[in-house]
Design a protein around this ligand. Structure first.
Ligand code: NDP
Length: 314
């Protein structure tokens, strides 16, 4: 083995709530974790504004500020946080090998994957300009700010249906913009949406533009069949066209479902590779909350700690 290669006990990949929580636990267990932040330090919460559903912040907190708190807490106990992207892994033998930024190699006794997922966006200029100012990819996070208002949501899958139903409980009216003449969602979710008097489905419509200068004031739509244009006056525009787990780099070694979510052994964060654990949104397409990600991050650190003890590597 090349002596120049750095060898770490616990390598954490990703810097959202899952990664930093894993780091806090691993650091407090004296395992000197090294955490690579990935391309978006702080993860998805750095592109949201107020977070009001994370326990312990009674007055709410800004997403980026909360992730700063997570980072500081992880560093306080000795986590080494490094900026960099894992571009290659080799989990074919122990210890595991990873490459950072296509240049530096290091080996790790345990690896915690907490690379999260990224929301898919339509790709409109107005959508990114108004992101966080009425445009959101998380109704559960941001719907509350638009209670009592008319809002729109784009998408026709289970996520869009679930979020439209959620929004209908707090908003005056929900327009659901669907690009085809049918929903992709499961029958039960379709039924729930179609029988909800507060949800109006606009079939065969695509979004041309989100309207507003400083905040969302409406949305411009086009009917795909007739070519007809129309505008809706809404206070928020939710995008629910799917998420993509950031797991591509692990594909060769780690078992995943057909959408790229990592499969973990029930009741644990163990993957199919001994010593490699997964937590947070990279392995969860159901809950996707900061608090659930943090919970599984804790589990991953405890699983890694036990693994090291079993292997007598701790
Ligand atoms: P899906 O990929 O299932 O659905 C995406 C939806 O967005 C489709 O209706 C699709 O339309 C539409 N869409 C995609 N791109 C665009 C675009 N550019 N413009 C307009 N519309 C677009 O994603 P989900 O996030 O809904 O679900 C992901 C997985 O997670 C699924 O397997 C789902 O069942 C599961 N899930 C389960 C839940 C549960 O069990 N409670 C809750 C949430 C998700 P089209 O159909 O035309 O392609």
């Amino acid at each position: 083995m090349n002596k120049d290669i750095e060898h770490v006990k616990v390598l954490i990949i990703g810097s959202g709530p899952a990664g930093y929580t894993a780091a806090i636990y691993a650091a407090r267990a004296g395992l000197n974790p090294v955490l690579y932040t990935g391309a978006q330090p702080g993860g998805q919460l750095t592109i949201t504004t107020d977070v009001e559903n994370y326990p312990g912040y009674p007055d709410g907190v800004m997403g980026p500020e909360m992730m700063e708190d997570f980072r500081k807490q992880a560093e306080r106990f000795g986590t080494e946080v490094r900026y960099g992207l894992i571009t290659q892994v080799d989990f074919s033998q122990m210890p595991h090998k990873v490459t950072v930024d296509d240049s530096v190699e290091l080996i790790a006794d345990t690896v915690i994957i907490s690379t999260g997922a990224s929301a898919k966006w339509l790709g409109l200029e107005s959508e990114s300009r108004l992101n966080g100012r009425g445009v959101s990819a998380c109704a559960v996070c941001d719907g509350f700010f638009f209670r009592g208002q008319e809002v729109a949501i784009v998408g026709g899958g289970d996520t869009a249906c679930e979020e439209a139903s959620y929004l209908s409980n707090i908003c005056k009216k929900v327009y659901m913009i669907v690009r085809r003449d049918e929903l992709r969602a499961s029958q039960i979710m379709q039924k729930r949406v179609l029988s909800n008097p507060k949800i109006e489905v606009l079939w065969n419509h695509e979004t041309v533009q989100v309207l507003g200068d400083d905040e969302v004031t409406g949305v411009a739509l086009k009917n795909n069949l007739t070519g007809e244009h129309k505008e809706l006056s809404v206070g928020a525009f939710f995008v629910a066209i799917g998420h993509e787990p950031n797991t591509e780099v692990f594909k060769q070694f780690i078992d995943m479902d057909e959408n790229g979510y990592i499969q973990t052994k029930p009741g644990s964060t163990k993957t199919n590779i001994p010593g490699v654990f997964a937590c947070g949104d990279a392995q969860d397409n159901v809950y996707r909350q900061a608090v659930t990600a943090a919970g599984t991050g804790c589990m991953a650190a405890l699983d890694a700690e036990r693994f090291l003890a079993e292997q007598e590597l701790a």
